[in-house]
Design a binder for this molecule. Structure first.
Ligand code: AMP
Ligand code: ZN
Length: 115
C-alpha cells in the first residue's frame, strides 16, 4: 500500500486547503495552511497542515524537509502573533494507534491549557 496516497477527494483537510470547504484560514502559503481546530481543546488551538496530502508522518524523505521545516516555522510565527511565546505545545498524532483521527497530517498548536 502506498504510504502517502494522493489526496482522496473525501479528505476534509485537502478540501480546506483548496478552499473547497470554507473555513477561516489563519495562514497559508505554497506549502502550509493553518486554521482553527473544530473542537477547541485549549484557548488557542490551531492546526498547521501541509497543503499537500500526507496521510501521516511515516515514510518521509529528504524531499519533505522543506514542508515540515515550514510547518514548525509557521507555528513559531503564529505563537508570536498570538503572544503565547511563554508557553505553547506543538504535537502531531501518527496513525490510529497514536490517536490520529483525521488522516491528513496536522500539527496541533495549543496554548492556555496543558493537554
Ligand atoms: P487528531 O485526533 O490529532 O487526528 O485531531 C483531529 C483534529 O481535527 C481535531 O483537533 C479536530 O477538532 C480537527 N478537525 C476535524 N474536522 C475538522 C474540520 N472540518 N475543521 C477543522 N478542524 C477539524
Ligand atoms: Zn488530505
Amino acid at each position: 500500500m502506498e504510504k502517502n496516497p494522493v489526496e482522496s477527494t473525501s479528505c476534509i483537510f485537502c478540501k480546506i486547503a483548496s478552499h473547497e470547504v470554507e473555513t477561516k484560514i489563519i495562514f497559508e502559503d505554497d506549502l502550509v495552511v493553518a486554521f482553527k481546530a473544530q473542537n477547541q481543546i485549549a484557548p488557542v488551538h490551531i492546526l498547521v497542515v501541509p497543503r499537500k496530502h500526507y496521510t501521516n508522518l511515516n515514510g518521509l524523505t529528504q524531499a519533505d524537509e522543506a514542508t515540515y521545516g515550514r510547518i514548525v516555522r509557521v507555528a513559531s510565527e503564529l505563537a508570536a502573533q498570538k503572544k503565547i511565546e511563554d508557553g505553547w505545545q506543538l504535537f502531531v498524532r501518527v496513525g490510529k494507534g497514536g490517536g490520529q483521527e483525521v488522516m491528513h497530517v496536522h500539527f496541533h498548536l495549543v496554548s492556555g491549557q496543558h493537554v
